[in-house]
Design a protein around this ligand. Structure first.
Ligand code: R5P
Length: 296
């Protein structure tokens, strides 16, 4: 049972909202940077014998946020916390989940080990990018739960957009798990495309998308990073004379001017969740966390 929520600097509003939903207190530690770039953390509230859930995303500025997380957890344990539960809405580094080229670091595993070694007892995360790792249990040696925010995202879309004969499009093979759920909520069909990645920002899609002609489209993916995947998908859909194209994702990582690129490509709108705070984070994952945290 969780006694207390600690709001990491990357997820303050989300953590406060989860605490409110669960009827718990939220504590906000002092986090700042020294002039040389090192991070300072101070926890000023009593945590002794408490089971503390640290809500702290790793999206946006993953390296600093990871160090902050490690400092917070070690300090909570030093101050006598009974257990620390990590709530990491966006688990950074998960995309490098295999050694694609000889000599590469398998970052997903290394970061999971670091999170554990800091003293974390359990982990809750959302739509983790587990493409080559079968399940979250195969990544962490501690109890871990990976839950989905796609139903919340799709419910928001159903309620807020008037779509004509919509179809859901998953831009690559792995996105089928999300496209399928979104299509069910939107009470429609879905297709999944075949994507080849050529570089960090460049992908090609070769699938035929004739089925989208004169239909509004909801593209659903887990992450928008550079926007390359969404831009290429939009081009394909436009060539096939799709109607409105609504772009959605769980994790708006949004590097390299991604939002502008997607809008310029012709997206009608962009919707994401607040696993990472962004200008398009219109859907909160707070109910998903509040519902699943007690299950750990
Ligand atoms: C890839 O496996 C993911 O599901 C996303 O499609 C990908 O991370 C999107 O990246 P980008 O926006 O840079 O194309």
């Amino acid at each position: 049972m969780v006694d207390l929520i600690l709001a990491g600097s990357s997820s303050i509003m989300l953590a406060v909202d989860v605490a409110r939903r669960m009827g718990l207190d939220a504590i906000i530690p002092v986090v700042r940077k020294f002039p040389d770039g090192e991070i300072y953390v101070r926890i000023t509230k009593a945590v002794e014998d408490k089971s503390v859930a640290v809500i702290h995303t790793l999206g946006g500025n993953p390296n600093d946020l990871l160090i902050e997380y490690l400092l917070v957890v070690k300090t909570l344990k030093d101050l006598g916390a009974k257990e620390v539960i990590a709530v990491i809405p966006y688990l950074a580094y998960a995309r490098q989940d295999a050694r694609f080229k000889e000599g590469e670091a398998v970052s997903a595993r290394i970061i999971a080990e670091l999170i554990e070694s800091a003293g974390t007892s359990k982990v809750l995360t959302i739509d983790a990018h587990l493409h080559r790792i079968e399940s979250i249990d195969k990544l962490f040696n501690i109890k871990a739960l990976n839950v989905s925010a796609v139903p919340e995202l799709a419910k928001y879309i159903a309620k807020n957009y008037s779509l004509r004969n919509p179809i859901v499009v998953g831009p690559d093979e792995e996105s089928e798990q999300w496209a399928k759920v979104a299509a069910k909520v939107l009470n429609t069909d879905y297709i999944v495309l075949e994507k080849k990645r050529l570089g960090d920002e460049e992908v090609i899609i070769e699938s035929s998308v004739d089925i989208v002609k004169n239909r509004d489209v909801v593209i659903v993916d887990d992450i928008i990073s550079t926007g390359g995947t969404m831009v290429e998908t939009i081009h394909k859909l436009k060539e096939a004379n799709a109607g409105k194209i609504l772009v959605s994702c769980i994790h708006p990582v949004l590097s390299a001017n991604a939002l502008n690129k997607i809008l310029l490509a012709g997206a009608y709108d962009i919707v994401a969740t607040d696993t990472i705070q962004s200008p398009v984070s219109k859907v909160t994952v707070s109910p998903v966390i509040a519902e699943n945290l007690p299950k750990l």
